[in-house]
Design a binder for this molecule. Structure first.
Ligand SMILES: NC(=O)c1ccc[n+]([C@@H]2O[C@H](COP(=O)([O-])OP(=O)(O)OC[C@H]3O[C@@H](n4cnc5c(N)ncnc54)[C@H](OP(=O)(O)O)[C@@H]3O)[C@@H](O)[C@H]2O)c1
Length: 277
């Protein structure tokens, strides 16, 4: 791109009005005094390819991709990172100067960075991790946990064969547990992760029995609306180290922002406040 152009980026999804990414990137652009803009882009699934081929011609240096375009964006990309290929979806695209679309998935990175920041005493290699859910987000979480050296992942999902598919894709360090026995996983685990949408505003509550939670455990929820889910509230009451899901959203934005705007942004209290405003 020629130097006088102001770099543009955005987030592509449908729906997209609820996305917090424009607030996040807008805050960072302002904080670091960078010229650039980040906008929400409502795109129909059938238009995705045309949009991705057109955006670079309009000054876009990259974009985030969210529901329902993550898998198709990966398929349309010319260059794919190993972690995006393993997860099977892309959330961060960079439009390269040679015309190629580079696809990455930073969800797992965001998850693990959030956990490191919120629970600095947590040692990934020490004990198994119990994971609730086996949807799209769980793939990034599982990939990141394995990468961090977790000895075993106990995973339970309402639809068992989705968890078994994760076992097939990610291997023997996973153990699938029946959904009716999900609460039993906690006894063996050092950390508990909710990757289901249960507990989110407008969704049913998570009904997994939590009696086995211990104060030495780390509990984190991908759901961030509400910020303190019933799961996190109960875990806090037990004395667990609790990490909410907002930090994952903030951290997953870091690699894209750095690639597009040339500055590695910090995730801190001010960043959280800006996104919650
Ligand atoms: N904090 C972040 O940055 C971040 C990032 C990504 C996602 N998330 C959040 O994570 C959640 C999951 O996202 P996703 O993309 O993985 O969605 P998804 O692919 O649709 O998966 C949904 C998951 O929730 C389970 N589930 C839904 N309703 C259920 C019910 N009534 N009983 C039991 N299980 C139920 C599903 O089980 P079945 O397979 O049985 O349907 C599946 O495991 C969402 O709330 C999303 O907002 C947060």
């Amino acid at each position: 791109m020629s130097e006088h152009r102001i770099p543009l980026a955005g987030v592509i999804g449908n729906p997209i009005a609820h996305s917090k990414s424009p607030q996040l990137h807008g805050f960072w652009l302002k904080r670091y005094g960078l010229s650039g803009h980040y906008v929400p882009l409502h795109v129909e699934h059938s238009d995705l390819e045309q949009v991705l081929r057109t955006l670079p011609k309009m000054g876009f240096v990259g974009c985030n991709v969210t529901v329902p375009h993550k898998e198709k964006a990966l398929a349309l990309a010319d260059v794919v990172t190993d972690r995006a290929a393993l997860i099977g979806a892309a959330n961060t695209l960079t439009f390269r100067a040679d015309g190629k679309i580079h696809a990455d998935n930073t969800d797992g990175y965001g998850f693990i960075e959030n956990l490191k920041q919120g629970a600095p005493g947590w040692d990934a290699t020490e004990a198994p991790v119990a994971v609730l859910g086996a949807g799209g987000a769980a793939r990034g979480v599982v990939a990141a946990l394995l990468d961090a050296g977790v000895p075993e992942i106990l995973i339970s999902n309402r639809t068992r064969n989705r968890a078994e598919k994760l076992y097939d894709d990610f291997g023997k360090r996973l153990r699938v547990v029946d959904w009716v026995q999900a609460g039993n996983m906690i006894e063996e685990a050092g950390a508990l992760v909710n990757t289901t949408s249960l507990g989110m505003v407008g969704q049913a509550e998570l009904r997994v029995p939590l009696d086995a939670l211990r104060p030495d455990m780390v509990v984190t929820d991908l759901v961030y609306a509400p910020l303190e889910t019933a799961l996190l509230k109960e875990a806090r009451a037990v004395g667990c180290t609790v990490v909410d899901g907002l930090g994952m959203l903030l951290h997953q934005g870091v690699p894209g922002f750095e690639r597009w705007f040339g500055q590695r942004p910090q995730v801190d209290e001010e960043t959280r406040a800006a996104v919650l405003a």
